[in-house]
Design a protein around this ligand. Structure first.
Ligand SMILES: Cc1ncc(COP(=O)(O)O)c(C=O)c1O
Length: 392
């Protein structure tokens, strides 16, 4: 059972608006960190153990992640951005190569492409899921394409079968940015078990958090083994060395991307609660789906029943979004677009493309609170406020 620290009980909408406006109430947050008290005991154990770097707890965390990602080739890292960069490196993406990606995501999806010296090529998205359009991906492939990165918007999985067919038939690597999608499932398989690489984030506002952290999951064991070296400068930590930091020849340069035992312990403890957390997100989302079915100017995204979202985000498409956002704010409900389209940034100016699906989605999308911290009354209040919103 999850224990909330501060429940916001909102029995009466009008009364509550008054409370909020008079500064006595608290807004319903869009994100909230779940942190069980049991973490303190485990933390004490590691903090005073005399060893806090990458060690046995990281390995333990990796083993415990396996069932969650449907894969044994797991590398725990210091963040999700590192996971994406390491995946690109393992896919041998380098200077001048092209990587097809979506602009409708966190900038962390696409910055690593530039960091590898590669060129971003935008594919359009499905405006009713926020996910990359596999048909457009197929059209954007050239002889220079080395990899395709897809993002499971809000936790809802992309068309992985189609994307695998397209990439495998052309010898291109498929990288899933699954940073929204820990615990999501595609055709009964956990996200992490479908493509060449899946990248997870355990950053501070995710359903599963290690404060900062991430994981890279590889289809091939040999990629995982190479990644294990590259996450620590290219050095094999397990190999007996003659002297502490005086290693033998390093064959290939790597990064400092590894997780440490302190954050791993937080992850191990979080994993005990994450099923409850995700289930609560899903339950709230299902209540919203029913309540928002027949609204005029507000529509939920359109999801297919062959996959299961983690519902890290619950996204609506709303006409006159700015007015809606102001009204939600006035009623004490925190809402946000969460991510802005990446293609408008100067750093991506060379990739500019015509993307009607992104235009449609990015002009209307907005996320409302859906998480474990919502009481039944909160959910009811949010529904009443959204349904009662005057869109004229
Ligand atoms: C879609 C997406 N990709 C990548 C990242 C980067 O993850 P991290 O913050 O762990 O580096 C995030 C983080 O929020 C994200 O939402």
């Amino acid at each position: 059972m999850i224990k909330t620290e501060r429940m916001i009980i909102v029995p009466d909408r009008k009364k509550d608006i008054m409370i909020l406006l008079s500064g006595q109430g608290e807004a319903i947050p869009l994100f909230k960190v779940f942190m069980p008290e049991s973490i303190l005991e485990s933390l004490k154990g590691v903090l005073f153990s005399g060893y806090i770097g990458e060690g046995p707890r990281v390995e333990d965390f990796e083993r415990r992640l396996e069932p969650w990602v449907g894969n044994k080739n797991v590398l725990a890292l210091n963040n999700g951005t590192a996971a994406i960069q390491l995946a690109l490196r393992l896919a041998d993406v380098g200077y001048g190569d092209e990587v097809i990606s979506t602009p409708m995501t966190c900038t962390a999806t696409n910055v690593p492409i530039l960091a590898m010296g590669a060129k971003v090529v935008w594919a359009d998205i499905d405006p009713w899921t926020g996910n990359i359009d596999h048909k457009d991906v197929a059209e954007k492939i050239t002889s220079k394409t080395k990899a395709v990165i897809v993002v499971h918007w809000g936790g809802y999985p992309c068309e992985l079968d189609e994307l695998n067919k397209i990439t495998q038939s052309r010898g291109i690597k498929l990288i899933e940015d699954a940073c929204h999608a820990f615990g999501s499932e595609y055709q009964n398989g956990k996200i992490g078990s479908h493509s060449d690489f899946a990248c997870f984030s355990f950053q501070a506002i995710k359903e599963m958090t290690t404060i900062d952290g991430g994981a890279l999951v590889c289809k091939k064991k040999e990629d995982c083994e190479r990644g294990r070296l590259l996450r620590w400068y290219g050095i094999d930590r397990k190999k007996n060395r003659k002297d502490f930091r005086c290693e033998d020849d390093i064959k290939e340069f790597g990064y400092k991307f590894h997780m440490n035992d302190v954050t791993a312990v937080i992850g191990i403890e979080q994993l005990k609660y994450v099923e409850d957390t995700i289930n609560k997100h899903r339950m709230n989302a299902s209540t919203y789906n029913k309540a928002f079915k027949n609204l005029r100017a507000i529509e939920p995204l359109r999801y297919s029943s062959d996959r299961l979202s983690s519902y890290w985000l619950y996204t609506l498409r709303v006409k006159k979004r700015e007015k809606f956002m102001r009204e939600m704010e006035r009623c004490g409900i925190v809402v946000s677009q969460v991510h802005a389209r990446n293609d408008k940034h100067t750093m991506f100016k060379e990739a500019l493309a015509n993307l009607p699906g992104v235009d449609e989605f990015a002009s209307e999308h907005v996320c409302i609170p859906v998480g474990w911290w919502l009481s039944e009354d909160n959910v009811k209040y949010i529904i009443d406020t959204v349904v009662g919103y005057d869109c004229e």
